[in-house]
Design a protein around this ligand. Sequence first.
Ligand code: IMP
Ligand code: MG
Length: 179
Amino acid sequence: MKNDLERCLLSREQIMEKVRYLGEQISNDYKGKDLVVVGILKGAIVFLADLMREIKIPIYLDFMAVSSYGSSTKSSGVVRILKDLEISIEGKDVLIVEDIVDSGLTLKYLVENLRSRKAKSVKICTLLDKPARRTTKVSIDYNGFVIPDEFAVGYGLDYKNKYRNLPGIYILKEKIYKG
Ligand code: IMP
Ligand code: MG
């Protein structure tokens, strides 16, 4: 697995420091509110598992799985729901937790979809933001790190469903996804 990696982008320690900071912000902002944290499977699970333990107020937890049609490194914007929420979000404050915002198409769809279910508010928390390839405007409320236009894996992020279990975030060698 290590042979496929170009370099380490973010260590587990760097990530944890940021996760603690984000958890504190979220705890302050949602004090006294009915917060539903929606993790987007599968990429966000590692981030979410760490982040939720840094949130010091009561939360509801739920998941969605979506697949966006396209190649393994680029999404098309046509999104299909593979697994939907189990709890009702009507009148509740929703925080979507994602691994990375790239083109922004997945999140644009998700925000519109959840808003249409009469959520009181819908906000976005992402660990990584790759603004170079944004094709649609999404407003990110909580962001961990802005990263360059390269393919990142680890800490939940995958390439063809591999590398999710790496503890830090690494840049994949170009020859792996272009070769
Ligand atoms: P978007 O709809 O283009 O914003 O795509 C977001 C999704 O693309 C993320 O949830 C990831 O699954 C995937 N993705 C985009 N860039 C990367 C990357 O650098 N590494 C791993 N997955 C990525
Ligand atoms: Mg993904």
